[in-house]
Design a protein around this ligand. Structure first.
Ligand code: ZN
Length: 142
């Protein structure tokens, strides 16, 4: 859209209006008045088109902002979900570790693990050993 370079001569139009108050316009004056109105009309059309372009641009920017906000919210949701899962796994690991504690009647045996004869396994039992291998913290010594 090209901006009209030939701006309507507002002062000329005012002069013509002043002139019209004093008596009928000449043919040349009426032609200048029509020309000024046409230029003004072209300017209004240009500005209306420019306003529509700006409205379209603003709508696109709002759409981009909404999309970015939705993506941010989704990422936040993913992060929260992973954090919740990690916390759940950590708590489950701590419960397993607490379950496989030293047996109160023999501190060198696991409180729950037994072999096929029912004999308690030594502490730390294989379960606690696996947890220790994966860097889990907790009670490994007493
Ligand atoms: Zn055990």
């Amino acid at each position: 859209m090209t901006q009209p370079t030939d701006r309507p001569g507002i002062d000329q139009l005012r002069n013509l209006a002043d002139r019209a108050e004093r008596g009928p316009l000449t043919g040349e004056e009426a032609a200048r008045l029509r020309d000024g109105i046409a230029k003004l009309d072209a300017r209004v059309d240009y500005l209306a088109g420019y306003a529509a372009t700006l409205e379209t641009y603003a709508a696109e920017q709002r759409e981009r902002a909404d999309k970015a906000e939705a993506e941010r919210d989704a990422a936040q949701g993913d992060r929260d979900g992973w954090r919740d899962r990690a916390l759940g796994y950590r708590l489950a690991t701590e419960r397993v570790r607490a379950l496989h504690s030293r047996w109160e009647y023999d501190a060198n045996s696991c409180s729950v693990c037994v072999d096929c004869y029912g004999t308690p396994l030594s502490y730390p039992c294989p379960t606690v050993a696996v947890l220790d291998q994966h860097g889990q913290h907790g009670q490994t010594t007493a």
